[in-house]
Design a protein around this ligand. Structure first.
Ligand code: MRU
Length: 559
């Protein structure tokens, strides 16, 4: 077989039987629905994208089998499709692909085949794009240096149709000379890591060492891991990730050691219709997989067994989820721009509750928004941020701040400030909060009727604020007009006239506002400003007024 692990050949699906690897490279030729279901459920074909494509070809086979004189027996094909989709429950790709192929059934067997072939061709392209996006993110997070990557299970060309997802990212990093070594978890109980990943990495000439799953945390503790790259079987709307059993404990260990934990998957692994990981059906597999291996019994006869094939890692432990569309979640927060409305609303509500718990959105204070084309989704007015849900969001026009028809709530009273930012910058998300130190400084340095500038120098944290100069930040502080529209007008005028302005400002006696390309970036910047202001207020260094020397830590003065 060539580089593709799935090939359509004259009415049959050709693949390598993954059960025999690495010892036995055997080709399988699947030409009945029964054979497809058996291959998926016994893991001859495995990996979320691969079982999806195999399922789609299962529908092709079912359609051909139930077409007489050009007429398709829709009911029978749909019943077969249903059986295929249920062969394994956890990976959403299977149900998704079967649904997509089944949608073409009324148009006939050729249309179903064309759909499945499209999906096969798409898969390699999509994987390479997700892998490249991940390699770019890894470079952004860890710099351009040879890395030690830990991976789990098998996410390579065998688990997809070609190239792979997390292993795809490792391939791209290797092409860029950025891999020192891959640490491969053996992945109990079926050893997808030992049997398949080690085989694929050897085939590609990528340096690696195999290890037992239980050594992963220790490898991190002893400084042998720079980042963790894994795949996924289902990513729910809130960013929770189902993947091979053992992934969750890797995420916990990575968080403890401050190591980026990155999930690489195609968009088809995202399930926006499932709110959280609590709803995911985790496949339980046979006891024999745990009580023995390769025909050798390793446990007392009759031992009770717990054998979940997957676990669910909470979004908060995931540094990033990367797909062909880019980084879609960062630190558990959805990149709302481009995401569907439900995902966006959920992400905004999650973030609001988190900031409330930190005391930065006390009571009903503060507001958050995400831009979606000509609209923005903004938190509702007068609601406690501690109990905010996705239903509490309001969609308004960016041009006029007017709610779209049919909204259940009134938008935040400060919506005009958000829309002013969207109209005058490239922002995709805006976070307005009241953290104590930044609010104190905005209050001390702000003025009643004019825009002032809070200038902070000499702290490394300035880099995190996204300004043009990493050594100094000049933060505009706007007067806190009673008429909020007037604040929005000041903000819009200032940002339009000051193209180099940092993505952050204060309002005297009020709070701070930050924005960015994603919700996570806007939040990071607000967080960073608060940390910086805390350093300033705790350092005890005096506040100087504009005319003072360059070495002063902070100055204010007329613009
Ligand atoms: O039981 P498996 O081997 O099908 O489990 C596979 C995984 O968990 C993979 O990590 C996931 O499907 C991603 S494959 C690109």
């Amino acid at each position: 077989m060539d580089d593709s692990s799935l090939i359509w050949d004259d009415g049959a699906l050709l693949t390598i039987d993954q059960r025999g690897l690495p010892g036995r490279v055997r080709e399988l030729r699947l030409s009945t629905v029964e054979q497809i279901i058996d291959a998926i459920s016994t893991l001859a074909i495995r990996g979320a994208p691969a079982i999806g494509i195999a399922g789609a070809f299962g529908v092709v086979i079912a359609t051909a089998a139930h077409t007489v004189d050009g007429v398709v027996d829709l009911d029978r094909v749909r019943a077969e499709a249903d059986r295929i989709a249920r062969a394994r429950p956890t990976a959403v790709n299977l149900a998704w692909a079967v649904r997509r192929a089944t949608a073409a059934v009324p148009r006939g067997a050729d249309a179903v085949l064309a759909t499945a072939l499209d999906m096969l061709a798409e898969d390699g392209r999509v994987n390479r794009a997700a892998a490249t996006n991940t390699a770019d993110l890894v470079r952004e997070l860890l710099g351009d240096r040879p890395l030690r990557v830990l991976t789990h299970c098998n996410t390579g060309r065998l688990a997809t149709s070609a190239f792979g997802t997390a292993i795809g990212a490792i391939r791209v990093l290797f092409e860029r000379d950025a891999i020192e070594e891959v640490l491969v978890d053996e992945t109990r109980p079926l050893l997808q890591g030992a049997r398949l990943t080690a085989w694929e990495l050897a085939e590609a000439g990528i340096p690696h060492r195999l290890t037992i799953d239980s050594a992963a945390a220790w490898a991190m503790a002893t400084g042998q891991v720079d980042c963790v790259l894994v795949g996924a079987d289902r990513i729910t709307a809130n960013g929770d990730v189902a993947n091979k059993i053992g992934t969750y404990m890797l995420a916990l260990a990575a968080r403890h050691h401050g190591i980026p934990f990155i999930v690489v998957a195609p968009e088809s692994t995202r399930d926006p219709n499932m709110a959280t990981g609590a709803e995911i059906v985790v496949e339980q597999r046979a006891a024999a997989e745990v009580t023995g291996f390769g025909g050798v019994v390793t446990a007392p006869e009759g031992a009770e067994v717990f054998n979940p094939a997957f676990d669910v890692t909470p979004a908060a432990l995931v540094s990033a989820v990367v797909t062909e569309a880019g980084v879609v979640y960062r630190d558990g927060v959805a990149d709302g721009y481009g995401a569907d409305a439900t995902t966006t609303a959920t992400a905004v509500a999650d973030l609001a509750r988190g900031l409330y718990l930190r005391g930065w959105m006390p009571g009903t204070a503060g507001n958050i928004s995400v831009r979606q084309g000509d609209s923005a989704v903004v938190t509702g007015s007068g609601l406690s941020k501690g109990e905010l849900t996705a239903d509490d969001m309001v969609t308004v026009g960016v041009a006029d701040s007017v709610p779209e028809p049919g909204q259940r709530r009134r938008p935040s009273a400060e919506t005009t400030i958000h829309t002013a930012v969207y109209r005058s910058t490239d922002a995709a998300a805006v976070v307005h909060i009241h953290p104590p130190h930044a609010t104190t400084l905005s209050t001390r340095t702000g003025a009643r009727e004019e825009i002032t500038v809070l200038r902070i120098t000499d702290y490394e944290l300035i880099k995190g604020l996204g300004g043009a100069d990493p050594g100094v930040i000049e933060i505009p502080i706007f007067p806190n007009w009673r008429d909020v529209e007037r604040i929005g007008a000041d903000v819009e005028r200032y940002l339009t006239e000051s193209p180099g302005a940092p993505p952050i400002f204060g309002i005297a006696g009020h709070g701070i506002t930050a924005w960015g390309d994603t919700l996570a970036q806007a939040r990071d910047r607000a967080e960073c400003l608060e940390a910086l202001c805390e350093l300033v207020t705790r350092s005890g260094r005096r506040h100087a007024f504009a005319a003072d020397t360059d070495t002063d830590l902070m100055e204010i003065g007329p613009r």
